[in-house]
Design a protein. Structure first.
Length: 385
């Protein structure tokens, strides 16, 4: 008589390594990109790096905390996460702090936080909880619409001052519904309505339509709206295949405005060349692959949807950032995850990684059956529930 199999727990150390490596690489590139501007403006070449490091430490603490606790607790806190995100995003409109002409921050206790970044993780938790409670009911189009309507208040408030982040928020929700929903045409209708709503926002705000005009006629607007994008393209073009070498960028020396933020990928291309750019893209592809493996093997639907939400968030931001830098789409101000400068973003991205790793920690496999999770194959040996 065979001995009964025992369930063994799993933890995705590969993903943990990818996260730590990407964060470390981001710190190196941040210093290389921002040291000149930091010295000129603040008299300290490490100014941006020090601030980012503080955010990384806070983010890592949150990540470890979320790995340590049972992620299923988040399901009970989903409504609180939604309400907190809504209140903070609403507060920006009335008491927000304006930086570089954009009112997107709140000053709390001497710290500046960007509530739209909090809204991303808040919506992921909220929508994952909703889907896990009504998976079969999503086959009804009315229920599909109900989920979308639940998130519209936050998306609408964010869109008032930050359309690009609102697009990402809606994109995250739609990706989660697409994975969970049994009917593709539901997703198609919502996509059409979303594009129409985005068009209305653009046409009703003159500066947004001006960005599209600048995108279509980049050289004609090289002295104003198209200047940053054009300088970024110069950086990409001058990098060649293997780049000028780490720290050898010319465009970061006062030519490319805010290079450490959403245009940092252009400096990567200039210093590390096409080879370095491809390596960065592959790094994110590997990360997304691990997300997919964890989502496929998650212990329950809620955990799976959490990971799908994070997958959508990272994928959308990477694609949009690179598309902006290469002038494939109009300039939207989307940062590159883990690499661009941004305190609130870094903190909550790492918190999201904690959620994903927490879900991976909940995966169980039977010891006496073949274990092919690392090969990317989902086995029937996964124990659900």
């Amino acid at each position: 008589m065979s001995k009964p199999s025992r369930a063994s727990s799993y933890f995705d150390y590969t993903l943990l390594f990818l996260i730590i490596f990407t964060v470390a690489f981001g710190m190196v590139m941040l210093y290389s990109t921002s040291s000149y501007e930091a010295m000129n403006q603040y008299g300290d070449s490490m100014y941006f790096v020090k601030r980012q490091l503080r955010s990384v430490v806070i983010g890592l603490v949150l990540m470890v905390a979320l790995i340590s606790v049972n992620y299923k607790i988040l399901k009970k806190l989903s409504m609180l996460a939604y309400l907190l995100s809504f209140i903070l995003c609403l507060a920006v409109i009335f008491v927000g702090t304006e930086i570089n002409g954009s009112k997107r921050w709140l000053s709390i206790g001497g710290l500046s936080i960007q509530p739209s970044e909090i809204a991303k993780i808040g919506l992921i938790i909220f929508v994952a909880a909703i889907i896990s409670k009504m998976p079969r009911q999503l086959g009804n189009f009315k229920n599909y619409i109900k989920v979308v309507l639940m998130v519209i208040p936050i998306v609408g408030i964010v869109a008032y001052s930050n359309l690009s982040t609102a697009i990402i928020l809606m994109g995250i929700v739609l990706c989660m519904l697409f994975v969970a929903g049994p009917k593709v045409w539901h997703f198609g209708i919502i996509m059409i309505l979303g594009v129409a709503a985005g068009g209305v926002f653009i046409l009703t705000q003159g500066y947004r339509s001006d960005r599209i005009t600048a995108w279509l006629n980049l050289e004609a607007s090289s002295s104003d709206l198209g200047y940053q994008t054009l300088q970024g393209l110069y950086a990409i073009g001058s990098g060649g295949i293997f780049g000028k070498g780490l720290g050898e960028s010319i465009q970061k020396l006062g030519h490319l405005p805010e290079a450490q933020n959403d245009m940092i990928f252009s400096i990567i291309c200039e210093e590390l060349g096409l080879f370095g750019a491809i390596c960065v893209i592959l790094l994110f592809v590997l990360m997304l692959w691990r997300f997919m493996m964890i989502a496929n093997n998650a212990d329950d639907l809620f955990g799976s949807m959490l990971v799908v939400g994070v997958f959508a968030h990272i994928a959308l931001q990477v694609v949009l950032n690179i598309a902006v830098v290469t002038n494939t789409i109009p300039n939207t101000g989307v940062i590159l995850p883990f690499i661009s400068y941004g305190g609130t973003s870094e903190i909550f991205l790492l918190a999201e990684m904690g959620m994903v790793l927490g879900v991976s920690r909940g995966i169980r496999f039977r010891e006496n059956e073949s274990q092919s999770f690392e090969d990317g194959i989902t086995q029937n040996s996964a124990i659900r529930g």
